[in-house]
Design a protein around this ligand. Sequence first.
Ligand SMILES: [Zn+2]
Ligand SMILES: [Zn+2]
Length: 697
Amino acid sequence: MSLLLLLLNTSNFATFSYLRQLGFEGGVFNRAPSPVSSTWVHEQFNNIFVAIINLSLSLSLSSFYQQLTTAIEIMFKLKNQAILFSNHGMLRFFSASTAAAAISDAVPQPQQSTLANAQMKDMMDPDFFISTLFKCRNIFQIKQVHAQVTTTGIIHDLIVANKLLYMCAKHKDLVTAHLLFNKMEERDPVSWSVMIGGFVKNGDYERCFQTFRELIRAGSKPDNFSLPFVIKACRDTMGLIMGRLIHSTVLKNGLHLDNFVCSTLVDMYAKCGMIDNAKQLFDRMPKKDLVTRTVMIAGYAECGKPNESWVLFDQMRRDGFVPDKVAMVTIVNACAKLGAMNKARLVHDYVCARRYSLDVELGTAMIDMYAKCGSIDSSREIFDRMEQKNVISWSAMIGAYGYHGQGREALELFHMMLNSGIIPNRITFISLLYACSHAGLVDDGLQLFSLMSVSYGVRPDVKHYTCMVDLLGRAGRLDQALRLIENMEVEKDEGIWCAFLGACRIHRQVDLAEKAAKLLLSLQTQNPGHYILLSNIYANAGRWKDVAKIRNLMAKRRLKKIPGYTWIEVDNIIYRFGAGDNSHLRSKEIYEMLKSLSQKLESAGYVPDTNSVLHDVDEEVKLGILHAHSEKLAIAFGLIATPDGTPIRITKNLRVCGDCHSFCKLVSAITQRDIIVRDANRFHHFKEGICSCGDYW
Ligand SMILES: [Zn+2]
Ligand SMILES: [Zn+2]
């Protein structure tokens, strides 16, 4: 038996043709299984209702009702046939909430008429629809309810309409939500905030702002629900100007003391890089709850002030707050940025004491933290203890090995990952290629690069290409690297030219560097590091006129050289050194230590590498500048402030220069201390005169 036939038998071709237009063609209805199951009938009803509700969005109200009545009639007939072979229980969801079903359930069976009456009563109860909406698990079920509330007129109940709007937005059907919103005769603050929030959550910021403007124009008052959504949109789009406008709206509406609104403003300012504005607001907040404090901690970490994050975290605990999982992940990330091992251990102890489970999020953050604090073994320990690991956790561990120049271990872990059935993604391959590049594993890298799209369906993007250029470049295969760049199909960015330039610097290929530099500078790069790199190359070749040209270009583009800093943690205090710094209390001792070190080093055959100095100055001055590089000062301080044999861990914001690298190697041999340097690119473990990077960085 065919349901299509039944539809045709009703002789209502108008409805049928509407359904047809919407794609519910004969094929759909024709393919009835034999024997016909009630589930199948149920599905057909769903399809028809979804079709009707789609129609309702494009028809005027009167013709919609007309069509709907016809459709219900058809379905009624249909169901009378279907009921012969259906099971009432299976039709429950449908029959409980539609007029058609309510009628057909009244088929001659005495106890069923009471059931039908009860159902008819349900049909007029808004609470019934609200609870039905709560139970909806997909957009098709929501659309059914939409059809039903439209039929019964319950849609005019504002609470029901809001709930429906919310559900559509939640299930990412913004088109239906927006149409519904536009048709609403009455809107309250909830309707506005649901609509604005729906747009933000789905990344449609333009319409979010547009709807917010409509709200203001309609004379409605923005409240502490709608405002945070708009502020979040400003944050995500880095729209500081809009953010400040919204801030003034907050003040105008007297919501500046609202915790929820304020913490989103703090978040927005922090993400837009205006950390001082964020702090000002934060300080003025009368009640600082856990969420607000976490937001501020994250803000500090993100804008490169992880030390302040730590102070705030300490303060939070002293104020009696027990950090939740989100706060823990935030502080773990801040510790990673800080690179301070003692702090990392403190956080780890805290995690253990509070018995936080090492789930994917916290565990992965801790892997990264230990890797960045210089202890790859602790990273691995965390990784092994994690009960659940996903592709991100595996990639983080592979990345950690790469960061420490342990390419073989990274590859081994990759094979373990494949064996445990985890499918690698683009991040995994970035971590892997990075690891190969930093360990000089050229062949493995090339093999992985060709395998990634063929065997794992991951198409290389510019990041993967950059790793490959780095890999080939470091190995001296500059022509091959250049060919790869020229032939790549994805758009080139600054990073890839920068990687190529870096390779040119190592191999002193001034001509190739110039070619790449022209392309890089034509991208109007705002990163002063790129200009410095090029001026380095010219300086190495003794082309001081060209160095001056680059300096002038930097000045013209208003770029300043980022000052180099080195941090060292001693007795739980983090000290920062700049080049030539003499602000430290023990400055005199530090310089004395440096002097005695230099003497020892010179007798061990150390010759300062003045090529690392960029300025066109005479040799003696160059020596003076080299002598006072921030990492040297920090190491000297580490030597006088910590007991013999303690490893010295320092963090530098820029790349470590060639001279400091040789210096570290020799100091590690003379003083019998391990020196662990984290620079802007990677880790260097200096032990007994040798660096883990194999002088390949
Ligand atoms: Zn240096
Ligand atoms: Zn090194």
